[in-house]
Structure formats: structure tokens, C-alpha cells
Ligand binder design. Sequence first.
Ligand code: FAD
Ligand code: MG
Ligand code: MG
Ligand code: MG
Ligand code: MG
Length: 455
Amino acid sequence: TVGAIGYGSYEIYSKRHPLEQQPFDPKKRTVIVLGSGWGAVSFLKSINTDDYNVMVVSPRNYFLFTPLLPSCTVGTIELRSIMEPIRFITRHKSRNVKFYESECTDIDPESKTISISDVSDIKGAVSNTTIPYDYLVVAVGAENQTFGMAGVREYACFLKEIWDAQNIRTRLMDCVESAGFASQAPEEVDRLLHMVVVGGGPTGVEYAAELHDFLKDDLETWYPELADKFRITLVEALPSVLPMFSSQLIQYTEKTFKQNKIEVLTKTMVKEVAEKEIKVMDANKNMISIPYGLLVWATGNCPRALTRKLMARIKNAQTSPRGLLVDDYMRVSGAPDMYAIGDCTFSKYAPTAQVATQQGLYLASVFESLARIEEGKSKKITPFEYSHQGSLAYIGSDKAIADLPFLNGNISVGGVATYVFWRSVYISNMFSFRNRFLVVGDWMKSKVFGRDVSR
Ligand code: FAD
Ligand code: MG
Ligand code: MG
Ligand code: MG
Ligand code: MG
């Protein structure tokens, strides 16, 4: 799912450069933004730096276009095509935006300071420090949900960050080459070529879809002796995949998966994760062991350690274990001058880029209003209102599904035409012309030459 908010970003490349930007102004308030994901970047794109000094703290110095991450796991798109350096994004601002590549390890709402720590391998003499803020925008996202199950972090691959996609791609090719190893036993070949996905949300479904395309379009060509041994299984605890979509599109997805020989096990709960197999309980409460070569874990979000630490500090106001409670103005309950947006919050909306983007844009407008009010101008601050632009997912073999709000209802469409639409929506939602150019180039490249099967 992705929001249809367009960003004309050509100006980023033509105009400013840090040297041409104004320096920090000690008379202005300082806003610190935690994170460089959807929420943070959408805020940064629209905050007016004439009014504020802006600082960004994030352990990664780039923005990641997550909707196309599943395509990177099989090489339809290259990793760097969906990354954008944060400095490219902030260079068009009138005032220089400071960026610190580090992790925020603690937030003290009382002294209004944050502690930051350099997370890189190479550190200078100073690698931990504390900085004060006037306003804080928490946009740190969330962590992978493992339900505390042993073995998940050890043996499964997540699909959230750029290194996850890299890891999956390497691991997949490793399984394939090991299956082709001289005199490998047949049951070991079957295991190595069994790709298991846990979680039937959009990430799990899109990953299974991309994997299917890769098997069909490329692996069967280059590994014909293994072709009929590849298997994909998707495990979901709920009665269906993609619960946020209309029942018609759920059925369409399940039918397409069946045609594509992706086995879908619904009402199936993972109970144990070991190095070469998972144990699951099926709908009839039978325990079944499923051997795998590659296990991808995509079961949703839980709050990060930093978020939990902050909630504990203001626990009288923060009563939900699922994320930061904010009011309709994105203010963190129990902490003055602190705002939170995106996946780190617990809100009535789904944790999507679409929501985080709209919240980031909204918050920048709140800051604009606060600055005008300070100047003595009257300005009304209205509460945040989410506008759902629809849900989209790629389901494999050039087909996509879309639930789109239309008039007062909803239209559900699926198929190849929807896939063309899916591509155009994603392209128009990319933050920069550079990324659009790279992604379209990758699509053409994999069409012409096939995907690269080297690891
Ligand atoms: P994120 O984008 O995750 O950003 C969090 C940022 O905080 C990161 O830069 C991180 O490095 C940083 N950070 C982490 N810890 C700290 C710390 N301690 N201090 C400072 N910074 C920190 N949504 C859609 O709407 N449509 C889609 O098609 C879609 N597809 C997706 C596909 C995949 C594979 C995934 C994983 C997600 C997808 N999503 C999609 C969901 C979407 O990516 C998230 O909802 C969105 O990223 C949330 O934005 P955010 O800013 O809250 O968090
Ligand atoms: Mg963010
Ligand atoms: Mg992101
Ligand atoms: Mg090997
Ligand atoms: Mg969080």
C-alpha cells in the first residue's frame, strides 16, 4: 500500500548545496528529528528552515524506499536504486540541516535532551554525547515482531532494512548452489529449495510473489536440473492472507498463488524455529515439521528499545505497550514539546508509509503555524486527518491488486493492468528523480538481460 502523494524533486539536484545554505541561527528554536525513514523525510521535505534550526539523528544516513524492498531480494531492482542519501534530501533547504549518523539511545523529556551514540564500526574520539532540543520529532519506526520466539533472530531473515534484502538474496543463491552440489541427497535438495515465508501481510505476500517470478523467469532457465524441486510456502496464523484487502482481492490473490504453485497455509501458527526446520500447528491443531532452506520472517512490528525506554519514563501517560500514544496533533502524551509520527506511534491507522508520510507533512504544517503564532499572527492549528489513498500489492506473474477509495465506496481491481498502475504509483511516489531513473533502468535491465543469479 502506498499513498499517491507526488514529489517533484528536480530542484534538489539543480539548486542548493550545503555551502550556499544559511548556518544555524542561535535565535531560532532547534528541532531534532529522530529517524530518516518515511515519517522523518516527509517532515524534512516540508519543514520551513527559515523558522527553525533542524538537526537529524539516524543510524542510517539514507532514506529507504521500502515498498520496493521485496523486489531487491531477487535482483529485479538493485539495492542502491531505492536508497537516497539524507544529505541529498536536505540540500535544497534554505538553512543547513545537521545530520548525525548515530542512534538515539535515550530521551529525557524533563531536561529536554537526547543521548546519541555512534553506531558505526569506525569511531572517532567522541562516540557518545548528549544534545538539547527545543522540539523533538520521534520518527524511529518499529522493530520486527518475533513474539519472543527463540531461533527467529538466529535463523530467519527479516525484510525491513537494506541489509535484509542483501542477506536474503545471498542466502537464496547459497541454497540453490548448495542444492546443486555434487551427490547431494534428494531430501536435502528438497529442503534447500524450500523457501518458507512466515506472515501473510503485504510484505510476506510481495516477497513470495517476487520469489515466484525469480524461480519462473530465471532460476528455471539457469538451473533446469533443479527446476521442478523449487517450492514456496507461505504460513499465516489468520484465516486469510492480506486481511486489509477486500474479500474479492483476497480470493484473487489466493487463486493466483495456487496457479503459481505457492502453497498458502492459513490458520497455521509457528511454534518453533530451528536451523533447518520450523514446527507449526495447523488448523486442526496437529504439529507439523516443515524443513526449509530459506526462512523469511514478516510478521509485523513491535516497538523499538528506545521507544519502550521513553514510554517507561512517562508511564503515567503512556499506557499502551504497542507504541507511543499521541494526540490528534501528533503530540506525545506526557512529554512537552515532543511529537511522534509513523510506526513508532500506536494509532488507529495501519503502520504504513502512507500514514507516516501524511503525518510528517501535517507536522511540518503545525511547525509553520507555531512560528506564525509566535510572530503574533493568528493561525489556527487543526487536528491531523488521515486520507486513505488506497492499498496496493504485487502478487506475482505481472499481476497486482488494488483497493481504491472511489466516491463514497471502494473499487477493487486486480490483474496485469493493475500491475502497470502499481508500477506507476510507486515511481511517482519516489522521493527523487534520481531514484525514479535508477528503478526504471533496473526494470528495463532485468527485462532485457534477466535477473542476475550471482550472489
Ligand atoms: P521507518 O521508515 O522505518 O524509519 C525509521 C527510521 O528511524 C529509520 O531511518 C531508522 O534507521 C531510524 N532509527 C531507528 N532507530 C533509531 C534510533 N534509536 N535513533 C534514531 N533513529 C533511529 N507502506 C506503505 O504504505 N506501502 C507499501 O507498499 C509498503 N511496503 C513495505 C514493504 C516492506 C518490505 C516494508 C518493511 C514496509 C513497507 N511499508 C509500506 C511500511 C512502511 O515502510 C512503514 O510503515 C514506514 O517505513 C514507516 O515510516 P517511519 O518513518 O515510521 O519508520
Ligand atoms: Mg522515520
Ligand atoms: Mg523507510
Ligand atoms: Mg554453498
Ligand atoms: Mg517504535
